[in-house]
Design a protein around this ligand. Structure first.
Ligand SMILES: Nc1ncnc2c1ncn2[C@@H]1O[C@H](COP(=O)(O)OP(=O)(O)O)[C@@H](O)[C@H]1O
Ligand SMILES: [Mg+2]
Length: 239
């Protein structure tokens, strides 16, 4: 830990109360033969406590945008600030710790580990923290209670419905009490009833804990329930 470079500057205060701030962000994917401009000149400020949805046709750069917000992908140009801290490097322990503490991710296909019980899946982000096993277990059960799955803690993912799997994924995303949740089509694999359940949980998290949420969705109905909708087309904002 002592050898890692400081990769995040802490001398910058948030503009207003921006939780996420992208300035002139561009992302190009290069292969031998082709360059894809997945995002261009993206300016976007997400205030603390906002629930923002993002829509746009397939391939327009929604996941790229989310991955850049989540520090999974590095922009080709522009700057990213999260929680008032400008991100200046993408390698090393500092960024991994920052990501682990600030961000929770939810994916369309759940990304649970089938060999681990529900509660062990939820506990995963806490393994990177200094914390006793019993404290990890306590927080994991608390997160499962929040998504209404206390009675499934010792089940395994393949014993759950799709909606239940996504609730486990939400519990895993919130167990470390992140400021930001990034959700990439979280209801995309679910029928509309289960999708509504997931949406209700996200809305409640946003309201009760003030968690800032950015959600990619194909569903206008879901987007309407959020505070604001940003539409993308070919890597650019169109509204
Ligand atoms: N790792 C990658 N390498 C090359 N091209 C990519 C990569 N990831 C995404 N792209 C391209 O970038 C564009 C945006 O992709 P993506 O952000 O996944 O779109 P969306 O989530 O809106 O469907 C697409 O043209 C896609 O093919
Ligand atoms: Mg996508």
């Amino acid at each position: 830990m002592t050898t890692s470079q400081p990769t995040i500057s802490t001398n910058q205060t948030p503009a207003g109360n921006a939780m996420i701030e992208l300035t002139n962000v561009g992302k190009a994917y290069r292969t031998d033969t082709i360059e894809t401009l997945a995002l261009q000149k993206m300016n976007l400020t997400v205030p603390s406590g906002e629930f923002l949805s993002i829509m746009g046709p397939s391939g327009c750069g929604k996941s790229t945008l989310l991955n850049i917000m989540g520090l999974i992908d590095e922009p080709s140009e522009g700057t990213v600030s999260l929680a008032g801290q400008r991100i200046e490097g993408y390698n090393g322990n500092a960024i991994a710790r920052f990501r682990n503490e600030q961000l929770g991710f939810i994916f369309q296909s759940f990304h649970l580990i089938n060999d681990l019980s529900v509660v062990d899946n939820v506990e995963l982000p806490l393994l990177y923290r200094r914390m006793s096993g019993s404290e990890r277990k306590r927080l994991s059960l608390e997160a499962l209670a929040r998504v209404g799955l206390s009675n499934r803690a010792t089940h395994f993912p393949n014993q759950l419905s799709g909606g239940q799997k996504q609730r486990v994924a939400i519990a895993r995303a919130i167990v470390g009490k992140p400021n930001i949740i990034l959700a990439d089509e979280p209801t995309g694999n679910l029928d509309s009833h289960m999708g509504d359940e997931i949406m209700d949980i996200l809305l409640k998290l946003n309201e009760e804990l003030g968690t800032t949420i950015v959600m990619v969705t194909h569903d206008e109905r879901m987007a309407k329930k959020t505070h604001r909708l940003v539409r993308l087309s070919d890597g650019e904002r169109v509204s």
